[in-house]
Design a protein around this ligand. Structure first.
Ligand SMILES: [Zn+2]
Length: 225
């Protein structure tokens, strides 16, 4: 049962959503900010080189959008993608995790930890919703749409559909993992997708992964700007 407060909040949310759609002349084209979190920034647990340099770019880009959505990597401590949760394994090694090949990562973006927070200079004032992913310890979730097994849906697609969004600009971290897999899923789901290269950086486990990721997204139908 909902308390009166919950019901009130739900009503307000519904009203806010309606107003956004109505007033949103650019609503069909949304900005999706992927995992712009401290653990992926220099100094973080899974630092992406120059990851923080995308923050001013994204802040400026937000001015062009009415519909802004973010994703947030949000793992429990016992997540299977963490090398520390597998005896004798190190980050960068591969294991089989519930039937899927999984590269192991340092412990990162643990729910509620400071590293799971967004970069403090990132303007969040007009974000409409944050979709969290990676909560299931048995499967990783690079894409903002689905877990890596393509079974669990974050709800992002249904939300974008409810707003009438057909076109996405995707930015964030990292180009060779969460941005790439979000973009590939978006293309499969029928969205027109743009990726401004200045709005993303790569982990680069292998040299050239950034360029390869951009090429893969482009081949799949994304516009790389
Ligand atoms: Zn993760």
């Amino acid at each position: 049962m909902f308390s009166q407060e919950d019901v009130g909040a739900k009503k307000r949310n519904r009203q806010r959503k309606k107003i956004d759609v109505k007033m949103d002349s650019k609503g069909k084209h949304a900005l999706v900010i992927i995992d712009a979190q401290l653990d992926f920034m220099p100094g973080g647990a899974l630092a992406v080189q120059e990851g923080d340099q995308i923050v001013p770019f994204i802040n400026a880009l937000q001015a062009d959008f009415q519909t802004i959505i973010a994703t947030q990597d949000w793992h429990p401590e016992n997540h299977g993608s963490f090398a520390a949760n597998h005896d004798g394994k190190s980050p960068g090694e591969w294991i089989e995790l519930e039937g899927l090949q999984q590269v192991l990562w340092p412990v990162h973006c643990v729910q509620g930890s400071p590293g799971a927070d967004f970069h403090p200079e990132l303007d969040r004032s007009r974000w409409m919703r944050i979709f969290q992913k990676g909560q299931n310890p048995g499967v990783d979730s690079y894409s903002g749409f689905f877990d890596n097994n393509q079974v669990v849906d974050t709800g992002l697609h249904a939300y974008l559909q409810s707003l009438g969004v057909t076109e996405l600009t995707c930015v964030g971290l990292a180009a060779d993992y969460c941005v790439k897999f979000t973009v590939l899923d978006a293309l499969r789901l029928g969205y027109q997708v743009h990726v401004p290269a200045a709005g993303t950086r790569a982990v680069n486990l292998q040299e050239g992964d950034f360029e390869r990721a951009l090429a893969e997204m482009q081949q799949a139908g994304a516009t790389i700007q």
